[in-house]
Design a protein around this ligand. Structure first.
Ligand code: ADP
Length: 479
């Protein structure tokens, strides 16, 4: 029942057949009511005529059912009553004012007293007509009214009649038979129609499932397109977006693996060249050995730092990365980091200063925060000119604190700015290598900032300097 097709099928069947069944039931019922009304009216008319005859012949006063001699007029009336009873397959009783049955066309109740509710009501002047569908008869009463010349009317007796509904039920049965036959034909037609229509309506969804299945199985990488309904358009679009996102992730993973291999291979190639050239010169002087061994050692250091950075980055990328959040005095932390980096700055005679607008205490992971600060300040020193400056500025508002590093260095070309956070991206590869860069520092920094739900931005002008600004919430929001 969870299938859309099954639901559409059922709904169509219900909509197609219910009104029919209802309409047929109403028609048959209406026929029954109308037929009973009509029959009652006809019989009531006949009874009225008979009642007049009874009055005209003073039947009620003169009739004696037990008398062996019968008046001619009584015989005529008896015959008329019998005819009426036969015609409508019923029974007629004439009841006198003392509630005694004077005449019964069945000849069984004569002389008996008949005080039924209908008879009593009829003596009060009410014409009663009841339909008992269970037992299949219509019961009617008619007062026998004598109206004097003065206009006074008295009810002298009551005619109690019951007639069979057999002709009505026969017609009803035949109507029902036709209705059932019609319903069966309609249901079969509606079922065939519903089956075809529900199939047609759900076909676009089957096409989508098939297209997705083909992509899943790897037969196709093309975007899927089922534009039959707006719903299928939405599903297609959402799937295509998902697919292109997966492709981007896959491409970047491939690119990353190829970059890693390349980066790790470069120091190895240098070491191999250095070692081979030493092997090729068996009589090489000890100084040359020493010089080459120093080069090999620095390549090993480089390999080591690439691997260390890669490990840091992979750790940061793990989705279940746990942050060790504590309350940290950001100013104190910045001072410690600047102190640690001062020896490198001194080598290039770069002036390192710290400006704290106010005391800042924030909920951060101290290790990752110091990684962010170290990377940014280290870059500001590395990519600076000799005798340059690096200014670290700390500020905060109610929600965030900002950590800015302003340098007077070489700057970053505008076209390179969008790429600097990518892994292994370096504006000037050889310069970066010379100064020991791996191209991973800013990627690590950005990941650490994002883990804190913060942002990192940069403005830069070539030859003038760059400003990196990190903005992080004072209290950790969590995931
Ligand atoms: P690297 O290890 O090469 O420094 P990063 O990821 O830290 O790698 O930086 C990527 C590139 O961005 C660097 O190679 C450099 O070209 C550029 N860059 C980063 N910081 C600065 C800066 N303060 N001034 C100029 N260029 C910078």
């Amino acid at each position: 029942m969870r299938s859309l097709r099954a639901r559409i099928f059922l709904i169509l069947i219900l909509v197609g057949t219910l009104p029919n069944v209802l309409m047929e039931t109403i028609i048959v019922k209406t026929y029954e009511i109308k037929a009973v009304e009509q029959r009652s009216a006809t019989v009531q008319n006949q009874l009225k005529i008979l009642a007049n005859h009874l009055i005209a012949n003073e039947f009620l006063a003169s009739y004696n059912p037990n008398s062996p001699y019968k008046l001619k007029s009584h015989e005529i009336i008896e015959a008329e009553l019998d005819m009426l009873a036969n015609l409508y397959e019923g029974r007629v009783m004439i009841i006198g004012s003392n509630y005694k049955v004077l005449l019964d066309t069945y000849n069984i109740s004569e002389g008996k007293t008949m005080i039924s509710e209908e008879v009593v009501k009829c003596f009060r002047g009410e014409n009663i007509s009841n339909y008992d569908s269970e037992h299949g008869y219509i019961e009617m009463t008619r007062p026998i009214v004598n109206t004097t010349d003065d206009g006074d009317s008295t009810i002298q007796g009551v005619m109690l009649t019951s007639i069979s509904d057999s002709t009505i039920t026969a017609t009803e049965k035949s109507l029902n038979r036709n209705a059932v036959a019609f319903e069966i034909i309609t249901i079969v037609m509606v079922m065939v129609f519903s089956f075809v229509i529900s199939g047609l309506l759900t076909r676009p969804f089957e096409r989508i499932t098939k297209a997705i299945g083909e992509v899943k199985a790897g037969y196709s990488n093309d975007p899927i397109s089922v534009r039959s309904y707006s719903e299928t358009v939405h599903i297609s679009d959402a799937f295509n977006q998902l697919q292109s996102r997966m492709k981007t992730i896959d491409d970047s993973r491939k690119e990353f693996v190829s970059n890693v291999s390349h980066e790790l291979k470069t120091p190895l190639t240098s070491m191999k060249v250095l070692a081979d050239s030493l092997i090729a010169q068996p009589d090489a002087p000890a100084e040359l050995y020493r010089e080459f061994m120093e080069d090999i050692a620095s390549e090993i250091d480089r390999e080591n730092s690439i691997i260390t950075d890669l490990l840091a980055l992979t750790k940061m990328d793990m989705s279940n990365q746990e942050l060790n959040i504590t309350s940290v005095n950001i100013g104190d932390l910045a001072e410690i980091i600047l102190k640690r980096l001062r020896p490198i700055a001194r080598k290039k005679d770069v002036e390192l200063t710290l400006e704290e607008a106010r005391e800042i205490v924030a909920d951060v992971d101290e290790v990752k925060m110091s990684l962010i600060m170290t990377n940014l300040v280290e870059n500001a020193i590395k990519y600076n000119r000799d005798h340059g400056t690096v200014k670290v500025m700390l500020d905060s508002d109610i929600q965030f604190f900002t950590f800015s590093v302003v340098d007077s260095g070489i700057g970053i070309p505008q076209e390179s700015i969008p790429f600097i956070y990518e892994r292994f991206y370096r504006v000037d590869k050889s310069h970066s290598r010379e100064i020991g860069g791996t191209g991973l520092g800013l990627a690590i920094t950005r990941s650490a900032v994002l883990l804190h739900r913060g942002t990192i931005t940069v403005t830069s002008e070539e030859g003038v300097g760059s400003t990196f600004t990190v903005k992080i919430p004072l209290s950790f929001i969590g995931s």
